[in-house]
Design a protein around this ligand. Structure first.
Ligand code: G3P
Ligand code: CA
Length: 263
């Protein structure tokens, strides 16, 4: 406890906006990035996929159907997967109206637009989503990112991580980009073998909060790794993660987390 009259220091926990401030704006859009920054997020998270013509875009689901008006704009297509659309087609879609009318006209950003929007204003937690669908995407991502000054500056400042649930893919990216820290995503509790293997080449182990215990956080730190937990939207869960000493909390509600962190 801080002495009477003095505010306790803000815990050293990164406030990570999941797909941007996706509780209050359409996920993975520039509007969601801007809102996350305004609400005090330290880091913005994303999901990277690839179009039919090889352009990198920010989208969570393999399909465009949930978060755009693709079914109205392109009725009767056999597939609505982003990998079957060109970037020009994707850019015709409204990625905001499904969430709320005031976001009409938001677009699916390219990776380039996303990096430019975050710039030096926050850290970048990038996720290669379903990379097994996109052979060679590690080379595309590396080439695109390295051509951007904002990315190079962010790497130098230690403000970038690449993460994935596909650990084999992540290893191939790590080999290509040894200067970019990498994080292994886990939807189930990582075993001791998972953790010791991770410590040999990765920088972060990022599990769902609901699958781990406090002792896992201590073990991850003992192995010299960091941990960011997801997707933590309730105040009590945020408090628990802070007590456990995680390095970052990935949330749809960065404003709520910021209020808790500031006490
Ligand atoms: O950053 C962690 C989290 O985003 C992983 O799950 O499905 O939201 O990409 P998902
Ligand atoms: Ca993600």
């Amino acid at each position: 406890l801080a002495p009477a009259g003095e505010a306790a220091p803000r815990p050293d926990v990164a406030n990570i906006a999941h797909r941007g401030s996706s509780g209050a704006a359409p996920e993975n859009t520039i509007a969601a990035i801007r809102l996350g920054l305004a609400q005090g997020a330290d880091v913005i998270e994303n999901d990277i996929q690839r179009t039919k013509d090889g352009k990198l875009v920010i989208l969570h689901d393999a399909s465009l159907a949930r978060t755009t008006d693709v079914e109205q704009v392109f009725p009767g297509r056999l597939s609505y997967d982003v990998g079957t659309f060109t970037l020009a087609e994707v850019k015709r879609l409204d990625a905001g109206s499904w969430f709320a009318p005031q976001f009409a006209g938001e677009r699916v950003p390219t990776l380039r637009e996303w990096v430019a929007a975050v710039g030096q204003r926050a850290g970048m937690l990038m996720e290669a989503k379903l990379p097994e669908l996109y052979p060679g995407i590690e080379r595309d991502i590396d080439k695109e990112l390295r051509s951007m000054g904002e990315f190079q500056r962010a790497v130098k400042a230690g403000r970038v991580t690449m993460q994935s649930f596909n650990h084999v893919w992540l290893r191939s990216y790590a080999d290509l980009a040894p200067d970019v820290p990498v994080g292994l995503l886990f939807g189930t509790r990582p075993t001791e073998v998972d953790l010791t293997l991770a410590a040999q080449w990765a920088d972060q182990v990022n599990p769902a909060l609901g699958v781990i215990q406090e002792s896992d956080v201590a073990r991850i730190h003992q192995l010299g790794l960091e941990t960011n937990v997801w997707t933590v939207n309730g105040g009590q869960d945020m408090q628990r993660a802070i007590r456990w000493g995680v390095d970052g909390i990935i949330t749809n509600y960065p404003q709520v987390l910021e209020e808790i962190l500031r006490g």
